[in-house]
Design a protein around this ligand. Sequence first.
Ligand code: HMG
Ligand code: MG
Length: 298
Amino acid sequence: SLPKQVKIVEVGPRDGLQNEKENVPAEIKIELVNRLTSAGFQNIEAAAFVSPKWVPQMATSADVMAAITRKPGVIYSALTPNMVGFEAALAARADEVVIFGSASEAFSQKNINCSIAESIARFEGVAKAAKEQGIRLRGSISCAFGCPYQGDVPLDAVADVVGRMRDLGCDEIDIADTIGVATPRKTQAVMERAIGEFRVDGLSGHFHDTYGQALANIYASLELGIAIYHSSVSGLGGCPYAKGATGNVATEDVLYMMQGLGIDTGIDLDIVVDAGQFISQFLNRKGASRAGNAIAAK
Ligand code: HMG
Ligand code: MG
């Protein structure tokens, strides 16, 4: 049987917006996060303390974190690739820091400019500091299902990085399909290996929808008992280091599916649809959520 409840982590303000060419002002990001907070998410990825030379769109992260209206109990997460990022996240009162590695050597180099082994060594300091400060620690594993640079990613490589993230003390570990290439059986093969290394209730599925497979892959993961999923309002996004990859699976689509399956998320779909309309209008484009567009057209 499928989980009765799932946690949806809204990653639109970070993963969704990081790849936008046009600068999105902090006020817009703040308004977006506030709307998402009022929709009922327990966890919103709101910031990335990364090099502004590498990802200029995230340069306003401190301003965003300072001005959002925080709801008690909601976790506002920030990406932190190293101690510089961690110190900034700490100052910004992030509730959770995210160390982000990769199951693909090639992608690790392109994305964070170091090997997988070097990244784990860097993360040790961040993990230790997070524990000392009592901040939640999440580990994100890119290219767990395929890599834009090296193609196939062995299951053993995924299992290995999951084990390393576990040993660093991660509270939660994301298995990410950065370029959206997975299909349901492949998803289950990867997730089964992840479950072999980490508690199933701490694993999350982070699916991009490049090939239109994300909802099917979420369903396949639900069948294995995975109960945390990442999604992006209006299907915003893409990764600057994964050319051609589209956004995360759209939150509205995921919520619509969960409602139909009778799975509780605690999130108000109509407020998410409005938030999706808000950001799509700002970006001057039609939203990428099928459910969102259908509901908005009613
Ligand atoms: P580097 O150039 O190797 O780092 O970058 P460095 O330590 O040599 O530092 C170089 C310069 O960057 C220095 O400044 C540092 O101070 C500065 P300079 O002296 O030249 O003026 N610097 C920083 N500035 C701000 N914040 C920091 C920071 N660290 C160093 N934290 C680094 C290494 C990791 C920093 C760089 O490669 C980087 O920022 N990469 C960006 C990676 C990124 O944000 N990717 C997108 C997010 S990951 C993703 O989307 C995947 C995910 O969604 C899951 C999935 O779908 O797969 C999570
Ligand atoms: Mg992503």
